[in-house]
Design a protein around this ligand. Structure first.
Ligand SMILES: C[S@@+](CC[C@H](N)C(=O)[O-])C[C@H]1O[C@@H](n2cnc3c(N)ncnc32)[C@H](O)[C@@H]1O
Ligand code: SF4
Length: 376
């Protein structure tokens, strides 16, 4: 079983926190769809008949595609790959694109999961992030998706925003819970170099939230979602009734995936590949049949480090047995030595040979992973 990721590199405007590859120039949108299909065609033998269990349209903003474009990309994929009958097909969508006409169109494609970029239900937050929608549209888009008969809906929220109080965040979480969606992704704000928020932070126009408040927001998220019947299956991901994102879960289980479009990544157990993060260079290279990607062959150390990042973040954790079966003893002893202090501080706990993060550990997972890494 493998996955397919499609990167749609267009956004009508840019949000102040976002460093995903995108352009606001839609001039080459039609050429992009043709180039994407060409890339798919060229790479159709890379998965050697492995069945496709998930397809994910990410971005950028996949909801700026026309319904015919979504359908024709999916049709092309099913001609080139062996797509499972029960494939999960997710489309990331911005609330302001979710008109009744668009949703009706989506219903008539094989897309069966929507991931809606709600981010917040507060106008002040949305404005500060430079989102295109307001709180009323955030709520209405989710209702409209449900009214259109889309059963599997996920929403994205961001917390740790400048000036966001615990009460503001609680209100957001409660609104999300009341919406009766199956899945919530809640990300702590990251300040990425090159974004407007990063500049504002550097010049003192905004301030990072104090760690204690961020942690309180995280704890509130965990407790409210648990009360509402959500299971936390990854640091930022919560599902009801095991409606996990099959696509993202497969990343964390290190299943193979192919990524198409500018900046998309691919993984085949032995190597990683990433496409150029430039629509212009991508289109030019497809036109000239030239390379538009770089690859890296993964060493044993890379594979061990990958196992750390992908497993520790999930509720399935790090298996000692898996480590011992798949990695040389120097990696296993490094892991056990480094994990020891976090077991003592209760950031990690060990149960039946599986190491998992506690709630305190989940909040500082980046630091813990860094220390578990093996660096020669
Ligand atoms: C590819 S992005 C956006 C998809 C879609 N274009 C949208 O904006 O709704 C996926 C999600 O990542 C999250 N995200 C992006 N940048 C982030 C950042 N710097 N900090 C926290 N979350 C971020 C947002 O919640 C966003 O919805
Ligand atoms: S968050 Fe979404 S809409 Fe905003 S810039 Fe990033 S990809 Fe585009």
């Amino acid at each position: 079983m493998a996955g397919i990721y499609i990167h749609i590199p267009f956004c009508k405007t840019k949000c102040h926190y976002c460093d995903f590859y995108k352009t606001t120039d839609f001039g080459a949108k039609t050429d992009f769809v043709s180039a994407l299909k060409q890339e798919i065609e060229w790479r159709k033998n890379e998965l050697q008949q492995e069945e496709i269990a998930s397809i994910y349209f990410g971005g950028g903003t996949p909801s700026v595609l026309k319904i015919e474009e979504i359908s024709s990309i999916l049709h092309h994929l099913s001609n080139c790959f062996s797509v499972a009958d029960d494939v999960e097909i997710t489309l990331e969508a911005n609330p302001d694109d979710l008109t009744p006409e668009f949703l009706e169109g989506v219903k008539n494609t094989p897309v069966n999961r929507l991931s809606i970029g709600t981010q917040s239900f507060h106008d002040a937050d949305l404005k500060s992030m430079n989102r295109r929608h307001n709180s009323q549209q955030a709520l209405a888009s989710i209702q409209a998706a449900r009214d259109a008969g889309i059963q599997n809906i996920s929403i994205d929220l961001i917390y740790g925003l400048p000036n966001q109080t615990l009460a503001d965040w609680k209100d957001n979480v409660l609104k999300a819970v009341a919406l009766d969606v199956q899945h919530i992704s809640a990300y702590h704000l990251t300040y990425h170099e090159g974004t407007v928020f990063y500049e504002y932070l550097k010049t003192g126009k905004i301030k990072e939230l104090p760690d204690e408040l961020s942690f309180d927001q995280f704890k509130l998220l965990l407790s409210e979602l648990k009360k509402a019947g959500f299971e936390q299956y990854e640091i930022s991901n919560f599902a009801r009734n095991q409606r996990y994102s099959r696509h993202n879960k497969a990343y964390w289980e290190r299943k193979k995936y192919l990524g198409f479009g500018p900046s998309a990544h691919s993984f085949d157990h032995k190597s990683r590949r990433w496409n150029v993060s430039s629509l212009r260079k991508y289109l030019q290279a497809i036109d000239e049949k030239g390379p538009f990607w770089e690859t890296e062959v993964l060493s044993a150390q890379d594979q061990y480090n990958d196992y750390m990042i992908t497993s520790l973040r999930t509720k399935w954790g790090i298996s000692l047995n898996y480590l011992q079966t798949n990695f040389a003893s120097k990696y296993v002893s490094h892991f056990q030595d480094e994990a020891e202090k976090y077991l003592e501080s209760k950031h990690l706990y060990l149960e039946d040979g599986i190491y998992r993060l506690s709630d305190e550990g989940l909040f500082i997972s980046d630091k813990i992973m860094e220390e578990l890494f093996y660096m020669e």
